[in-house]
Design a protein around this ligand. Sequence first.
Ligand SMILES: [Zn+2]
Length: 108
Amino acid sequence: MPETVHAEAAREVGGGRVVNRPHCGTPYGYKLHVDSQEPTCAACREARRKQMAAYRSDPSVAALIAWESRTRYAALRMLARRYPAAFLQILDEVRAADPRPAAEAEAA
Ligand SMILES: [Zn+2]
């Protein structure tokens, strides 16, 4: 399971030293780690993962997430049609900064 960007950022800021707290293993414990800009512990990351999975599985939330994705993609298509050269240049820049994972692309 890939870690969240937030957890990775917290680990970098905290220098890799995990602090355990009384609330560890709960979403609140996760928030305390992040708010303190320290690494998140495994129990807190798991609690956060479960919380977010439950949140995303709520039908009204899932519908909202789908709407956000659908409308964002529609807006990107409109931007690409209006400014094709700029869109392709930006796409190249983004992809240069985040190269395509060759092994996963061939396995799919
Ligand atoms: Zn913790």
